[in-house]
Design a protein around this ligand. Structure first.
Ligand SMILES: Cc1cc2nc3c(=O)[nH]c(=O)nc-3n(C[C@H](O)[C@H](O)[C@H](O)COP(=O)(O)OP(=O)(O)OC[C@H]3O[C@@H](n4cnc5c(N)ncnc54)[C@H](O)[C@@H]3O)c2cc1C
Ligand SMILES: Cc1cc2nc3c(=O)[nH]c(=O)nc-3n(C[C@H](O)[C@H](O)[C@H](O)COP(=O)(O)O)c2cc1C
Length: 459
């Protein structure tokens, strides 16, 4: 048997990596031992259940699934709130990945399943082979308590622990306190002289261009030089221009995935497609873009024209406008979180959010259009109260609503809930919000930062 190996670029600490290697090796050998002749080990699912509040466990679960597949296992990733006890009982091979919240409590999505398992002392889980990867923070008294509880309860109900639980500290997953894990930017786009106007609540759609680095990397992976002329919408364009401004070159189309599967003959990808299981496919594609697939299957060759035929037209992205058209008739404000993440050994960038962040400057003409949203408006009646709940960039339309109320000198009360991860780095528009509070326009402000307290604690 090939020994499991986890590449160095996985988002794990050395301890976690070593643990997962051991876990997959152990699980594989258990599955081989218990496999019958009609049901080979690699046909049996390894269920990966995650309990999460802010996505760390979910992200690790998807990553673990990709690694499990590389070792002949068939992972099925599920959020704990998608699983009932009678389904859990049948999960012969199980990896639990869970964080801890509150004071040593389960994250929200785990509560129902946990309550059912905790209270069912007569459950027989003797068939389950499991391990637990617990995420937590050593600054809390009850470090990784949710993982500990799962571990103890599964063992108490007869399940067989394959590997001792590993408890991971938050330092592995989160940046230091003063550096935000997010990049949120404020943009002001001039519409002066365009004759266009908008209402608070509308969205602006931005038509991006693809980044030059990604375009160049794809051209290289196709073994082209970019100058090849290709027919596009009745025009003849260079491959480079077509890939820059006409096609989605990040998120793979179904046609592209099917063609890669067909030409590569890759067993895993073909099996996923044949199964028709959308969840398995989305797990496989998690964090993977078109370039990842081209690099993963270098034996698959496409001409420029063949490649283009498998792409979708480049789509616009919508952004909630964060200004009032009455207060700012000549500009449109946007509040955009740049999508940047590392996966499959590469740095990935969201097309439109990083087009705005990295490629647009004051002299760029940005291609935009408005999407009106007539069902999302500041009340016509200025005396009515407004309650606004807008965490993260969700604050955008409410900044517009508050500007509108201020412009109209509306007397109705305004109550804003805002929150994010880190109070010191993620409190966007802080000065403005505090000024609106001081002026009396914002009659009530409730803040919930996850480094301070839970969003639901404020309700
Ligand atoms: C009505 C509406 C209003 C919106 N308003 C706002 C707003 O005010 N502000 C705002 O910032 N956004 C807003 N959005 C979202 C916005 O439209 C874009 O979806 C967002 O900016 C990402 O686009 P992109 O082109 O940068 O990323 P894309 O190139 O489209 O890539 C996004 C994809 O990357 C993948 N991905 C992202 N992160 C990860 C990760 N960590 N790991 C693995 N894969 C990952 C996912 O598959 C995701 O679908 C709004 C959307 C709608 C529909
Ligand atoms: C409000 C709050 C409460 C937390 N309580 C605990 C706790 O009691 N014990 C612990 O070990 N970690 C605790 N943590 C840390 C989380 O478990 C840790 O940040 C984890 O990486 C989050 O993973 P998730 O994104 O999958 O939910 C807490 C975090 C927050 C924000």
């Amino acid at each position: 048997m090939k020994l499991p190996f986890i590449p160095g670029n996985a988002p794990y600490s050395d301890t976690q990596r070593a643990w997962l290697s051991g876990f997959f090796a152990g699980m594989h050998s258990h599955m081989l031992q218990s496999a019958s002749s009609i049901e080979p080990a690699n046909a049996r699912p390894l269920f990966i259940l995650y309990g999460t509040q802010t996505g760390n466990s979910e992200s690790l679960a998807h990553d673990a699934a990709n690694r499990a597949k590389a070792h002949g296992l068939v992972p099925v990733v599920k959020s704990m709130d998608e699983v009932e006890v009678d389904q859990l009982v049948k999960m012969d091979h199980l990896l639990i990945i869970t964080s801890t919240y509150g004071e040593g409590a389960m994250p929200d999505n785990a509560e129902m399943l946990w309550d059912a398992v905790k209270s069912a002392s007569d459950l027989q889980l003797g068939n389950i082979k499991y391990s637990v990867l617990a995420l937590g923070d050593t600054s809390y008294d009850l470090f990784c308590q949710a993982g500990i509880d799962w571990d103890n309860q599964l063992a108490a109900l007869g399940a067989q622990r394959i590997f001792d639980r590993v408890d991971c500290d938050v330092d592995f997953e989160e940046p230091t306190a003063e550096k935000s894990s997010k990049e949120t930017r404020h943009y002001e786009i001039s519409i002066a002289g365009s004759g266009l106007n908008y209402e608070a609540g509308d969205a602006l759609c931005v038509v991006p261009s693809n980044g030059a680095e990604l375009v160049a990397a794809i051209i290289k992976a196709l073994a082209c030089n970019g100058d090849e002329m290709e027919p596009v919408n009745g025009e003849s364009l260079s491959l480079k221009t077509a890939l820059t401004d006409y096609f989605e070159i990040k998120l793979p189309s179904k046609e592209f995935i099917e063609e890669i599967a067909k030409r590569s003959g890759d067993q895993e990808l073909n099996a996923i497609l044949a199964s028709g299981d959308k969840e398995q496919l989305s797990n496989y594609l998690w964090g993977r873009d078109i370039l990842d697939l081209l690099l993963q299957f270098p034996q698959v060759e496409f001409s420029g024209a063949e490649f283009i035929a498998l792409l979708k037209p480049l789509q616009h992205r919508a952004y909630s406008i964060s200004s009032s058209g009455k207060a700012h008739p000549d500009t449109v404000h946007l509040t955009v979180a740049s999508v940047r993440y590392d996966a499959h050994g590469r740095h990935h960038k969201g097309v439109c959010s990083t087009y705005l962040a990295d490629m647009v400057d004051e002299s760029t003409d940005v291609r935009v259009f408005f999407t009106p949203n007539n069902s999302f408006r500041v009340p016509q009646d200025d005396s009515l109260p407004m309650i606004m709940v807008g965490p993260g960039t969700g604050i955008a339309p409410f900044r517009a609503f508050l500007q509108e109320r201020e412009f109209r000198q509306a007397q109705g009360k305004n109550w804003l809930f805002f929150g994010d991860r880190n109070a010191s780095t993620d409190f966007i528009y802080r000065d403005e919000i505090e000024a609106l509070q001081a002026s009396g326009l914002l009659t009530r402000l409730d803040l919930a930062f996850s480094d301070k307290r839970y969003v639901r604690d404020v309700y």
